[in-house]
Ligand binder design. Structure first.
Ligand code: SF4
Length: 105
């Protein structure tokens, strides 16, 4: 059975049709916190290897940076996405400050 997502929601998530993770067990991408740390790392690494071959990794990562707090998305862990968000915020603040400094008085 194939689920059909109604438009316009489908338009936003259409990229997921090509997601490689659709073909593997979700536990690889969303591990149980009760697992030993070494097993969590092993599953994360396994999921990331799949992501590196995924044709929609960039769309997935951008989506995850907006909304996803758990699991492996776009080849990143939640902590890695947090660092990307922080770096982007710092860059935006820096660019804004530079633009203000360049404005004529
Ligand atoms: S990048 Fe990874 S998590 Fe994202 S759709 Fe592809 S396989 Fe799934």
């Amino acid at each position: 059975m194939r689920w059909v997502i109604p438009s316009p929601v489908y338009d936003v998530y259409e990229w997921q049709d090509d997601a490689l993770c659709r073909r593997v067990e979700p536990e690889r991408f969303f591990h149980d916190d009760s697992l030993r740390r070494i097993e969590q790392r092993r599953r994360e690494a396994s999921a990331k290897r799949i992501c590196q071959r995924c044709p929609v990794i960039q769309e997935c990562l951008e989506h995850a940076l907006q909304t996803e707090a758990h699991g492996i998305w776009g080849g990143t862990t939640p902590a890695e996405r947090g660092r990307i968000r922080a770096a982007r915020a710092a860059r935006a603040t820096s660019m804004s400050a530079s633009a203000e400094a360049a404005e004529p008085a």
